[in-house]
Write a new protein. Sequence first.
Length: 310
Amino acid sequence: MEKTSFELAPVPPYNFHLQWKFFHSPREPQPEIYCNGLWKRAFKLGNTLLPVTVTSTGTVEKPKLTVTAFSQLSAEQKKALADKITDIFRLKENLSEVYAFMEKYETLRRIKRELYGLKPPGIGATIFEGIVRVILQQQISLKVAYVITGALVKKFGEKVQVNGETFYDFPPPQKLAKADENELRKCKLSRQKARYVKEFASAVAQGYDLEKLKEMSNEDVIEELTKFNGVGIWTAELVLIAVLGRMEVCVPNDLGARKAVSHFYFGGKLQPGDVVRRFMERWGKFKGWVIYYLLCAYNLELHKDKTKPF
């Protein structure tokens, strides 16, 4: 099979393995799968379903990613693919200002050094994909959300095989809009979530322009998204951060965020969302970054605790 490989140079520092260590599925396609240093998924570019892998071939201080597409690419396709990978992997994010801020505080300074080069990955190759994936994550653990998303992708997403390996793309809005609600339920979606996904997909399939969200203020994005059934403040705020890359935003009512802040700053006593929201304000425009680092550091500590001998 023909293939095209090219390199991308992230803004350093950048740790590829750390980026995908905390929030990924090694088995269930989201549609991406990350396992043993290899990231893979399919992308629909025009009418072409393109299987793609990404690996790290550089260092944290001199990062380099090798992107391999299992097809010959035109210059236009290559640029489109490079742009998608750059967005998902947040390759242009510069951590210098964030790190200068974190250095001012003992706890954040220690966490920054432990997680040096960490950049949060974006959710989804499109805004539609990202929003649906966030809806699926509502009020359940990420582990369960990965299983549900994987089932949805395998049932409704397009797929292509390369050397016996399957690469998936996320289902397009037209496919989910036409899906039978009972078929969605077979992917373990609740009745409510199945309805939310169908309604949202139908709106997008009928021409609702999600790209306009990129030009809106945070407040306007929240107001716009919460017009859809099944999209509340938690979902809208997470979309701002994980899909649109607005790292000045935080999701204080998220249970993971509450646990992480409570662990590091309240002696482990779980605080309510309003207390966490007020506490986060001290981090200003960096609060989204700080929360992400706290979440990952908290997960690291939980893992260490589980591996301690009895």
